[in-house]
Design a protein around this ligand. Structure first.
Ligand SMILES: C[S@@+](CC[C@H](N)C(=O)[O-])C[C@H]1O[C@@H](n2cnc3c(N)ncnc32)[C@H](O)[C@@H]1O
Length: 263
């Protein structure tokens, strides 16, 4: 592993503060957070709603301390396995799953997704459903050939990764390698759903700056194709003009891509 990559990993373990990061997901309080969140929630809803992607097992790669990305998928997958590189993120996620006092309040986000699904009032049921559906929170490193080792899992019907790969992979080669690594978790013809930002060089977590690999649409599409995927859907939206003065991150657009493992 290149020095730059291993340094980046230690940086996450040491400096990524889950509760500070979660400020992005306090709806109405972070222009950048809202911009990313509304885009991703809308598209995950479209991808996982009735008639969309479904199956037995979904693995979420680099979940962080977050659950927003699983709120639609938990209606169409029997089991979800969440993963992250840092111990603090996995603990923070477990805190919400186990309803431990002091856990982040996701209820405004859950209510919004329930509204997209047609019934805002069922938010408490959805929280319980998600808690039942997420069966494990595992250690993950996308830079490893087997990202979840030593865990041995059945092949997933779907792998999801939201705002993770551009943070976890700081070179184009590392990004391509991570796609190949993640592919090993997916059954043939299974689906990969990636959500992220274009052109991001950094995002802030409190006063700490986290570097990112600036992605371009052409690079992401070529990397997926070369890693054995066929792109089925690509949605993009430019960053909202009113967020431009927010210096929390410098992404220029958001994207969600759905790709199918070829064989
Ligand atoms: C911007 S956060 C996104 C978290 C979550 N998916 C979300 O959307 O809120 C980036 C995440 O990537 C994780 N990460 C960093 N390096 C990683 C690696 N090598 N393998 C897996 N995850 C990694 C971090 O711990 C962090 O949780």
């Amino acid at each position: 592993m290149a020095l730059q990559e291993s340094t980046a990993l230690d940086f996450y373990q040491t400096y990524f503060e889950p509760m500070v990061y979660l400020d992005y997901f306090k709806m109405g309080q972070s222009p950048v957070g809202d911009d990313c969140l509304y885009f991703l929630l809308k598209h995950y809803h479209a991808i996982f709603k009735s008639g969309g992607l479904k199956g037995k097992l979904l693995i979420d790669i680099g979940s962080g301390p977050s659950i927003y990305q699983l709120l639609s998928a938990c209606e169409s997958f029997e089991e979800i396995i969440a993963t992250d590189y840092t111990d603090k993120n996995r603990l923070e996620l477990e805190k919400w799953l186990k309803k431990i006092p002091g856990a982040f309040d996701w209820s405004p986000v859950v209510k919004y997704v329930c509204e997209l699904e047609g019934d805002r009032d069922k938010w408490a049921d959805k929280e319980e459903r998600l808690r039942r559906t997420v069966t494990q929170v595992l250690k993950c490193d996308v830079n490893k050939e087997q990202p979840l080792e030593p865990a041995v899992l059945p092949l997933a019907d779907c792998v999801l990764s939201s705002l993770c790969l551009e943070a976890a992979c700081l070179t184009q080669e590392a990004f391509r390698a991570a796609l190949r690594h993640i592919r090993t978790l997916l059954r043939p013809k299974g689906h990969l759903v990636l959500g992220g930002g274009f052109d991001t060089t950094f995002y802030m977590v409190g006063a700490k700056k986290f570097p990112c690999l600036p992605l371009k649409e052409k690079f992401v599409c070529e990397a997926l194709q070369k890693s054995g995927f066929t792109i089925q859907k690509l949605e993009t939206a430019p960053r909202a003009a009113e967020t431009m003065s927010d210096e929390q991150s410098d992404y220029t657009a958001m994207f969600v891509v759905v790709a199918q493992r070829n064989d």
